[in-house]
Structures are given as structure tokens and as C-alpha cells.
Design a protein around this ligand. Sequence first.
Ligand code: PMP
Length: 385
Amino acid sequence: MIYLDYNATAPLRPEALDATVATLRSVGNASSMHHAGRDAAERVDLARRQLASLLNCSAGEIVFTSGATEANNLALRAACAGGGALVTTAVEHPAVLEVARAITDATPNALVVLPVDADGNVDLAKLDDALEDAGERGTALVSAMLANNETGVITDLSPVIKAAHAAGALVHTDATQYVGRLPIDLDELDVDLLSLSSHKFGGPQGVGALFVRRSTSLPFHPQMIGGGQERGWRAGTLNVAGIAGLGAAAEAACLKMHEEAARIAALRDTLEAGLLAHVPGCRINGIKASRMPGVTSVTFSGVPADAVLAAMPDVAASDGSACSSGAPSPSHVLLAMGRSREDADSTVRLSLGYATTPRDIERGIEAVAAAVAQVRSSLAADTEP
Ligand code: PMP
């Protein structure tokens, strides 16, 4: 199998596997006071420090969750609990967009969804308008993703943060596709809240975190109420093995970050050059924007993506985002970038990561080119009189 679906999930890093298995073999509830409990708590503390070092924040600013979905829910619900408008972007993951809709449907909070241009860049003028139009209630939160899961387009958050803070709003970023792949420094990037998920950078699935800047005053709004773990923000026995794996993955990603990012970007460029050379009529989405090193979103005009994927069973890739795979609706990200419904339905996402090899790329180009040619010829045969 040629695995080109790192944006859906990355393979477990060996360091993460070792830490997870070693923890699964041990016993202890991180809240217990005895020796076994302290051992579990130490494993959690280590992971907290490893993640804090990846993000350049303090360990006490991290709340472990079950993933980015939960972290996004926690962030948006807490930040909007006191009222005020919620501003987000049209290309967010459903784990932000749907939460934003649910919050604003249930409360008098206004929802503003900022448009993007043809390359996927957020329209900053519209952000200024939204902040100005919020009126007396003001804006509670601006939530803008750091990197898009479908196109890899990176949001330049600095002007967003500046404008939002000047208007008294908090800033949340869904950094799920960015953390562990490109360097991030929360001393410089002045967001108040940031969500991440371990399995996108080689940790286990089902574990993630929310960064809450210490100076951020939020109405206390936990979703999980119970034993008061994670300073009351997220009750429930900690997933110690998952958290240990997340920490080990964070440390490994941090150590190899520059070298991996450069290698992956070069492989992605080879992949795109190969597709452009061998597949007529293909177009790369967001190509003019600043993008993540490991992803390409390619539209094969007139060729349904599901048929392309079915014609290359040895390649693991995705049509749009994995979370919406199987759903009949076209990618909201590509529609927001002005693509037609037909083009959105003819788009394949190929995503690479730390273990992708040049051979994967070579074979991937051949497989995609052959699959597109096969679908095109069967479509042509179908339309022949
Ligand atoms: N946000 C983004 C940008 C994502 O890509 C994903 C995963 N597809 C999520 C949030 C949700 O992450 P998880 O399913 O691990 O909670």
C-alpha cells in the first residue's frame, strides 16, 4: 500500500508506540496517591512537558482531551459562554464550523463566517468589518485555523490576532494540521486558545489537547463534569497511555522538525510536478498560497474523485477531507474557494509525512496517472453512441 493520507491520520511513530505500550503495561490512575498512581501522574507530567516544549508554552497551559474535536468544542463553548459574536472562517473543519453553528443557534450570539479568496486566504477586510459591526455586544472570539486540512493553506494569523485583540476579542486557532509538522512558538504567536490532535503528528488516535493561555480569563465552562481532573476543565480518568504516546510523538517531531519538513516539502513538489506532467487537465488548489509541506489538493477536471480512488486500490488517499468521506455533499472548503461543485467532486487530497519515501511518490504518481486515464477512458466509452 502507498499511504498518502497523513492529514487523515499519520502512522504511529516508533517512539510513541514504545511509550504507549510501556504505559499500557503499567498500572496506575494518575489521580491516585499511592506509588502506582504517582507513576502514572509522572508519565502525564512528562508528556505535558514534552508537548509544552513543542509549542513553547508552559506545561500548566495544557488541558488534555480526546482530540481536536473536543478541544475545539471546549474552546468555543467557553469563549462564547459570556455572549458576544463569534467570528470564524468558511474553510474551518466541521469540528469548528458545526460547533460555531450549534452555539450561535442556541444563544443570541451572532455568527460571522469570513470568506476566503480563490487561493484559500482569509479575507481580512471582512474581519475588520465584522469586528466593527459587532456593536455593543462586541466579539467574544475569533476562531481561525492555522492550516487547512484539505488544501494545506496556512493562515497568516498575525493580522487576525492583532485586529481581534484590538477589538477585545479572544483568538482561538485549530492548529491540528500544523502542530508537529512546522515549528510553532506560542511566545510569539499570541493566540489565547489552540487545539491539536496527537494522531496527526504520529501519536495515538483519541487523544489531543487544548492550550489555554494562562492570562486568558474565560468563563469556566467544562463539558465533562466529574472528578475535576485537568484543573476541572476536563473531568474523567486520564488516558495515560495515549497521553504518554502523544508526548513521545511531540518530542520526536520536535527533534526532527526542520529536517522532516524540508524533506517532505521536496517530495510534495516532486509529486505535484509529476502529476502536472503526466495527467492532462489537472490543477492544484491553493498553489499560490503559503502551504503546509505535506499536502496537495488536486482537481482532475471532469473525473469524479471517488472513481479515481476506486481505480487505485493500492493508494490510500482521500477525496476532500476524511471526516466527510462518504458524505454526498461536496467539499465546503473548495466551494468557499470558488470552485464549482463538479470540480470539488473531482478533487483528490494526497498527504505525506515523516515516513513517506521517494519510492512512495514515484509509485503514487504512476498510480494516480493510470487511475485518471482509466476513469477518463471508461467515461468516454460510456458516452460513445
Ligand atoms: N481540525 C482539523 C483541522 C482536522 O483536520 C481534524 C481531523 N480531521 C480535526 C480538527 C478533528 O480531529 P480529531 O478527529 O482527532 O478530534
